[in-house]
Write a protein that binds this ligand. Structure first.
Ligand SMILES: [Zn+2]
Length: 421
């Protein structure tokens, strides 16, 4: 790989020198607990950092009509035109070259921290320990933001702006709908290729499964526990529904290549108010993975059929069929061509920085890459080494942020070019 402008050794030295600043930025991001509805502070922290690095920053609203988009998820909260926005930063583009603009998309939302007392340190209080930084979102995916900004700082964009345009998108609701990224795309924010600094152990993620969320309400027959038996208890009905969805997931797996996993997960279960009373109702929130070749509507149809079949086998549920409602993610499967130019360029950059090529992988979950990839724009994930994402004691290995920044600091000038001063 040819290195023009600044010597790459200078850039690597700048990465080393800037690492503590990047870690401090990551700590500020983790300390902004950007769960659903509380994303504003993290957006502000990221916006300030992009501004400091020389990007022109704006925020876009997420219009309420996004919900009518066929690719949208089911909104979890209103888009009030207020603080729940999408961040967009831009730099360069004075000397555009065909096919060489790049968009880096990172989500700023995080999942909640269930059972904070089980964490070694408070989830939203970033703590460094044993070479890692702990906190909810540290891995997924605020560390990716630190990796990106560390590379951008070392490239000194004010002195050496890229020739083609670099756009950075800070999305919300990646974890529940994808509507932040979708809104930015509908507002015309795009590029020739997209990189998402999700945690990938410094490998490259090219594929994602479909993911469907549903809310299922099961009615029970209320009464004293003494007379409540079998399926008249709403929770017994809930187990039957879950078993039906797990059978569906197993059927998906049976028809898929070895290693493909389609999980039906019961994530939330609510109902009941008294140990000696059979609950009137069970409210389930479930997630079902589904394979390539199916749309979210196909998967919803399959899930409804699986739930109906489970209900048909039960005398009470047959008369009181569970109510199924779409809820949150309706993510279509996606796959990027391993031969795409961006994949080759990133592999070459990584090889140059570390002497090895990254592995090309898929995930059994999803990412916002699907919106770009399914529109024909190569969109790959590449980011730091995280542990226990969505779990207890989530963390990121700090050195992997530095290592990833070395790769990005080679990829960006090679891909975008550097404008003459
Ligand atoms: Zn993520």
């Amino acid at each position: 790989m040819a290195h023009s402008m600044r010597q790459i050794s200078d850039v690597d030295a700048a990465i080393d020198a800037g690492a503590q600043d990047a870690f401090a930025f990551l700590e500020r991001l983790v300390a902004a607990p950007s769960t659903l509805g509380a994303e504003a502070k993290a957006l502000d922290v990221a916006a300030a950092e992009l501004d400091r690095l020389g990007l022109a920053v704006e925020t876009l609203p997420i219009p309420a009509v996004i919900e009518q988009d066929p690719l949208a998820g089911v909104a979890q909260l209103p888009y009030d035109g207020g603080a729940r926005r999408v961040l967009v930063g831009r730099v360069g583009g004075a000397v555009p070259q065909r096919g060489r603009s790049l968009l880096v998309n990172g989500h700023l939302d995080v999942v909640p921290a269930d059972a904070p007392e089980r964490w070694r340190s408070a989830p939203f209080q970033p703590v460094r320990r044993d070479g890692s930084l702990f906190g909810r979102g540290a891995g997924d995916m605020k560390a990716g933001w630190a990796m990106l900004t560390l590379a951008l700082a070392a490239l000194d964009l004010r002195a050496a702006p890229p020739a083609a345009q670099l756009t950075v998108v800070g999305a919300i609701e990646e974890e529940c709908t994808g509507n932040g990224t979708l809104a930015s795309i509908r507002a015309g924010v795009g590029a020739d290729a997209v990189l998402l600094p999700e945690p990938t152990d410094l490998d490259v993620l090219l594929r994602g499964n479909g993911v469907l969320w549903l809310e299922v309400t099961v009615e029970g027959k209320p009464g004293h526990a003494e007379s409540a038996r079998g399926s008249t208890n709403a929770f017994d009905g809930a187990w039957a529904v879950l078993a039906g969805l797990r059978e569906l997931a197993a059927r998906y797996e049976a028809g898929a290549p070895a290693g493909a996993r389609y999980e039906a997960n019961l994530g939330v279960l609510e109902g009941g108010d008294w140990p000696s009373t059979a609950p009137v109702r069970a409210r389930m929130r479930v997630r079902v993975g589904f394979p390539p070749g199916l749309s979210a509507a196909d998967a919803e149809r399959d899930a409804r059929a699986a739930i109906a079949a489970a209900a048909a086998a039960d005398p009470w549920l047959r008369e009181h069929p569970p109510l199924v409602r779409p809820d949150g993610l309706r993510a279509e499967p996606y796959a990027v061509d391993p031969g795409a130019d961006l994949v080759r360029a990133l592999s070459a950059a990584h090889q140059d920085a570390h002497g090895t090529a990254p592995a090309l992988l898929g995930t059994n979950a999803t990412t916002d890459a699907r919106f770009y990839a399914n529109a024909g724009i190569p969109a790959i994930c590449f980011g730091p080494r995280a542990r226990d994402i969505h779990g207890v004691d989530e963390s990121v290995e700090l050195q992997s942020i530095v290592d990833g920044a070395r790769t990005l600091a080679r990829l960006l000038p090679a891909w975008l070019g550097t404008a003459p001063r």
